[in-house]
Design a binder for this molecule. Structure first.
Ligand code: GDP
Ligand code: IMO
Ligand code: MG
Length: 429
């Protein structure tokens, strides 16, 4: 049995959490493979709403095991808050959450480093979530990181202090008053104390060598779904660098972030919104600065699940979608937030770009100086409500035409259409 993958094809926030939750009853194991608490995955059911940052979105199903893989980076303080919220809602995570010993820890000083680096970038800032993602992955790659498996070591405090001192030397150069930088509303030392307390909660969870666990479960015939965070256009290699995150958000990241051989990758479910959004800085060719953009933001409630920041909104970008499908080997598409487009009698779709005076359907290398202008086609919108839709055939003709239009352009079938945030507002074709 191969491992299926579900990941975002745009700039994140496509609705991955919702769909993982919808698909979870079909799986024995859900495993996050990269990213950290920069992610915010929203799940809504029974008039309840949860936002998960580190814990996989399969946690609400009784029989499913959830694995935080080696490619994920964990902030114990944020994880503890997540666990408390779930336990307060009577969701017992202890029996069904496993953490890789090889996952790296986000230290309080990673948060400070993120903050001083971002401030120093001035107008060129990435728009990071400031969760310490870049500095933590930097330490991992430069072989200075601390992993979950190290918590059990007698030498943990020694290892921790060594990193702390090394980081503080850098931080002081950027900002001698670093102690005044607030982390989640707390002073550094206060936050650090809470972080160490939260480490005990992380240490109390069941730890595994997740690469062995997942491969053994796969061989035993268990069904596993890998859950991505962020989106393809935020990938460290293929996204709009440097306005990206610090991990591989693409299917290749599953091999690295869970220890799965490429030959064992099965279906790849690619999720996209019926339009585009982006939070943070960086190029966004189809971004709208007009009333249509404001309406998408308002109707789509496009405000960040992690930071609350307003998301930039724009029309669907087919060249970018095709690029993401190519990089990930997407086998099935899932279109989210169709209901947000109900308002439009006409919809624009970008099919190519003008770049340096020439038309292209490829994303050009971006050096930050050249503007890509989308070439749009205008197609009919459906301009009507979808709340009564119970199966695909009930959907308005122009919505089905939009689905068909996209399928024809990208050559991959759209197997799921989502028309509301709730678990139930989903049509599987
Ligand atoms: P993720 O990071 O990919 O899991 O996505 P987020 O949770 O950050 O953002 C998606 C937002 O859209 C959340 O608030 C979801 O509740 C909401 N959402 C998901 N699917 C739909 C949909 O089909 N329609 C509407 N209106 N909202 C949706
Ligand atoms: P989910 O999993 C949307 C964006 C940030 C910033 C850039 C770098 O919920 O889809 P980082 O904190 O990684 O240093 O930020 O990436 N970003 C996201 N945008 N959804 C996410 O995750 C994101 N995670 C990071 O806004 O532009
Ligand atoms: Mg999100």
């Amino acid at each position: 049995m191969k491992i299926d993958v579900l990941l975002g094809l745009q700039w994140g926030d496509e609705g991955k959490g919702k769909v993982v939750d919808v698909l979870t009853p079909q799986y024995d194991i859900i495993a996050r493979f990269q990213g950290g608490p920069n992610a915010g995955h929203t799940i809504e059911f029974d008039n309840k709403k949860f936002v998960l940052h580190t814990i996989p979105s399969g946690i609400f199903n009784e029989g499913t095991i959830n694995v935080i893989g080696n490619g994920v980076i964990i902030d114990p303080f944020i994880l503890k808050k997540e666990i408390t919220t779930l336990e307060d809602s009577n969701i017992n995570i202890r029996k069904k959450l496993l953490v890789s010993r090889k996952a790296h820890l986000i230290l309080p000083t990673h948060r400070l480093l993120d903050s001083v680096y971002e401030t120093a970038k001035g107008k060129d800032k990435i728009g990071s979530t400031l969760k310490g993602i870049g500095p933590c992955y930097t330490d991992k790659i430069s072989r200075n990181g601390i992993r979950v498996g190290n918590i059990e070591s007698d030498k943990f405090i020694e290892i921790y202090n060594k990193s702390r001192e090394r980081h503080l030397k850098i931080i002081e150069q950027y900002n001698p008053d670093y102690k005044e930088i607030k982390i989640d509303g707390k002073d550094f030392l206060e936050y650090e104390k809470s972080w160490h307390e939260a480490l005990k909660v992380l240490n109390s969870l069941k730890k595994v060598d997740s690469e062995y666990y997942l491969n053994q479960q796969m061989e035993a015939g268990k069904k596993i779904l890998a859950e991505g965070a962020q989106g393809t256009l935020l990938d460290i290699d293929f996204g709009s660098y440097p306005f990206v995150t610090s991990s591989n958000t693409t299917t290749a990241g599953v091999c690295i972030g869970l220890g799965i051989a490429p030959k064992n990758i099965g279906n790849v479910y690619g999720i996209f919104k019926a339009y585009c959004t982006r939070v943070g800085s960086g190029p966004f060719p189809t971004e709208l600065f007009d009333e249509d953009g404001d309406n998408l933001r308002k109707v789509g409630n496009e405000f960040g699940s992690t930071t609350g920041r307003p998301r930039r909104c724009g029309w669907l970008d087919i060249p970018a979608l095709k690029y993401a499908i190519m990089l990930n080997g997407v086998t099935e598409l899932m279109m989210m937030k169709s209901d947000v487009m109900n308002q439009f009698k006409k919809i624009k779709v970008a099919n190519s770009y003008m770049y340096k005076g020439e038309e292209t359907s490829e994303l050009p290398f971006d050096d930050g100086n050249n503007v890509t202008t989308p070439v749009y086609e205008t197609i009919p919108g459906w301009g009507s409500d979808l709340t009564i839709a119970s199966n695909y055939y009930d959907l308005p003709c122009d919505l089905k035409n939009y689905v068909k239009y996209i399928e024809d352009k990208v050559g991959v079938p759209i197997k799921l259409v989502s028309y509301g945030p709730d678990r139930s507002e989903t049509i599987i074709r």
